[in-house]
Design a binder for this molecule. Structure first.
Ligand SMILES: Cc1cc2nc3c(=O)[nH]c(=O)nc-3n(C[C@H](O)[C@H](O)[C@H](O)COP(=O)(O)OP(=O)(O)OC[C@H]3O[C@@H](n4cnc5c(N)ncnc54)[C@H](O)[C@@H]3O)c2cc1C
Length: 460
């Protein structure tokens, strides 16, 4: 069977490419490894897209100009980003919402008191799952052929030109030919062996927040065939999540949001980082790596009753006790060690006016690490604890692309008919670090560009 365009993957980037290519008149076949009821990859877990805007628009308040967005990205990546591609993704977010709405996506205001992002991020009504369902519905209406339960295992390329993909469906191998291919099958975050290669034994204690289908098989095949890789395999988005989460696909509800309100200790009952460095939404992406560096990759967020109600409760209830010693026992910590840490911390807390919605003046003095905001004594029972593990969201190792989303080969030449979008090329923009909502910005921008360019290639 032959098509104009073959799209590999079934998440946001794949569907954006599919819809654009189909709208441009190309015949499109989409191949998704997951079964229909698990379609949509990590995209179905998302909640929002970071969007630039020069005036209040839709659900977005105030303004978020290109330059501020770019500076935010520059800061978190420490300059490890391709400015041209990054600015393309940023600018794209200013104009993509009407197109998204045309395909059935609806927006809603940010949830109050959770993330401080009503200015910067447009939330999807019904979350990423509703967004993905809307896109699939639209693709179906436009006559796109979608195949589920089908794993892409290899690509046939001749001198940088794509010929066909080999897939496995119902246990049988099949080749699908197309004039162009868009590769949008995620990173390698659910490949536990590959994570172990990159991280060593600590990876065994990682929890994969999203789909189990993003194993990086196509990424590995592309690199073996001479695609130019970009990014470091140990870089990615990794947050602290509840240690009781399932190994895969727990999604957003397993995140623990009270870290900045209390203290975090490791398995020896010792603090190891400034919990009040920045607002939780901005800093939460570093805590996965911090926990990964602790012995046995486990940590515990400890708060007292004063913090309850000031953060979005995760799906697992906290462990609760009338005394710190009792809580320590429930968390399998040494009670004396936890009590000593809390005593040192409490002694170091200086008087201030607590306000978790701003950078307040509640700080510690004379301890290492310090707590530079929202430092309050942990002294009022009941005490609460959440066990934390590193939760990997997605990896940044990917393939290099150009401004037309064409995949670049090791000789620095672009492939004429191979395009990449989403997580598999996110490393072009994200060398390290993360700002909330940029994953969907990258996938939407380069998914749409890839679809448009693939259709243009076919026409020419
Ligand atoms: C819990 C969670 C919450 C998140 N929240 C947000 C958010 O609010 N905003 C934001 O911007 N980002 C968020 N992200 C990140 C975001 O999900 C990704 O950046 C984005 O979804 C990437 O889109 P994608 O299409 O590249 O990948 P995915 O959506 O993961 O899609 C990859 C697809 O490829 C398929 N696939 C993989 N391998 C193969 C193969 N060999 N053959 C065939 N198909 C294959 C998978 O089944 C899947 O359908 C979140 C991630 C998680 C896990």
């Amino acid at each position: 069977m032959s098509y104009d365009i073959l799209v590999l993957g079934g998440g946001n980037a794949a569907l954006c490419a599919t819809l654009m290519a189909r709208e441009a008149g190309a015949t499109v076949r989409l191949v998704e490894w997951a079964p229909q009821h698990f379609r949509g990859g990590n995209s179905r877990h998302t909640r929002n897209i970071r969007s630039m805007h020069d005036a209040p628009a839709d659900v977005l308040t105030d303004t978020y100009p290109e330059e501020e967005y770019w500076q935010d990205l520059l800061k978190v990546t420490g300059g490890q980003t391709d400015e041209k591609l990054a600015r393309m993704a940023i600018r794209h977010t200013a104009g993509c919402r009407p197109w998204m709405s045309k395909h059935g996506v609806r927006f809603q205001p940010a949830l109050g008191g959770t993330l401080h992002v009503s200015r910067t991020n447009a939330f999807f009504l019904g979350g990423g799952k509703a967004l993905m369902n809307a896109y699939y519905r639209s693709a179906q209406a436009l006559g796109v052929e979608v195949t589920y339960d089908t794993e892409v295992i290899d690509l046939e390329m001749e001198g940088g030109t794509f010929r066909s993909a080999t897939v496995i469906r119902n246990g049988a191998e099949e080749k699908i030919h197309a004039k162009a291919v868009v590769i949008a099958c995620g990173g390698f975050e659910s490949n536990l062996e590959w994570l172990r290669e990159a991280w060593g034994p600590p990876a065994d204690n990682f929890i994969v927040r999203g789909t189990p289908y993003n194993t990086g098989r196509v990424l590995k095949a592309l690199i073996a065939k001479g695609a130019k890789s970009i990014g470091d395999p140990t870089q990615g988005h990794c947050v602290a999540i509840d240690a009781r989460s399932p190994k895969f696909d727990g999604g957003i509800v397993t995140r623990v949001d009270c870290v900045s309100l209390g203290i975090v200790v490791n398995k020896h009952g010792e603090r190891f980082y400034d919990e009040g460095e920045d607002f939780w939404p901005k800093r939460y992406a570093i805590w996965g790596r911090l926990v990964a560096q602790q012995p046995d990759q486990i940590a515990y967020s400890i708060i007292d009753v004063k913090s309850m109600g000031k953060f979005m409760p995760p799906v697992f209830p906290p462990l609760k006790a009338g005394s710190l010693a009792e809580l320590a026992k429930m968390l399998t910590l040494d009670p004396a060690a936890l009590e000593a840490t809390v005593r040192r911390f409490n002694d170091a807390v200086r008087p201030g006016t607590f306000d978790h919605t701003i950078f307040d003046d509640c700080v510690t003095e004379g301890i290492t690490p310090p707590k530079t905001h929202w430092a309050r004594k942990i002294d009022t029972p009941p005490f609460y604890g959440y066990p934390l593990r590193p939760g990997i969201t997605f990896t940044y190792l990917g393939v290099k692309i150009d401004e037309r989303a064409r995949m670049i080969m090791a000789d620095d030449k672009p492939c004429a008919n191979v395009f990449a979008a989403g997580e598999i090329m996110a490393g072009n923009v994200l060398g390290k670090g993360y700002i909330a909502g940029i994953g969907m910005a990258i996938g939407t921008a380069f998914g749409r560009i890839a679809g448009e360019e693939a259709a243009r290639h076919v026409r020419s």
